[in-house]
Design a binder for this molecule. Structure first.
Ligand SMILES: [Zn+2]
Ligand SMILES: [Zn+2]
Ligand SMILES: [Zn+2]
Length: 118
């Protein structure tokens, strides 16, 4: 049976040859693994952020218990979630001026209309 041909490590500039299916030599496989763990640790920060956001949201929704869109149209619906008028991804903040209490159906309508929330 012929030997599997070894290829150069995929890590640019690495002179080692490897036949591992990842395409990386052993040292670089370990390095990529560390990268992955580093990446996974990032989720902890995200969790802490979520807790801070939950507090802001709970405070906002308790002072704005009704869906603001329904209310502006003369209907009364219990707010179920707090929406970012300008998404965080577009530079929006958790400031009350950027928040809106919404019922589930109004919130879905906003998000279905596209990524731009008004
Ligand atoms: Zn390598
Ligand atoms: Zn509503
Ligand atoms: Zn939303």
């Amino acid at each position: 049976m012929p030997m599997k041909p070894k290829r150069p490590c995929r890590y640019s500039g690495c002179p080692k040859l490897t036949d591992h299916k990842s395409g990386y030599c052993e040292a670089h496989r370990k390095m990529m693994q560390r990268h992955y763990e580093h990446f996974a640790r990032g989720y902890d920060n995200h969790k802490r952020y979520d807790e801070a956001w939950r507090r802001i949201r709970n405070r906002y929704i308790s002072s704005h218990p009704l869906c603001e869109i329904c209310q502006s149209q003369g209907r009364f619906a219990e707010a179920k979630l707090v929406h970012h008028i300008k998404p965080l991804a577009e530079g929006g903040t958790n400031d009350e001026s950027n928040l809106q209490s919404l019922c589930v159906s109004c919130h879905e309508r906003i998000h279905k209309r596209g990524s731009r929330a008004d």
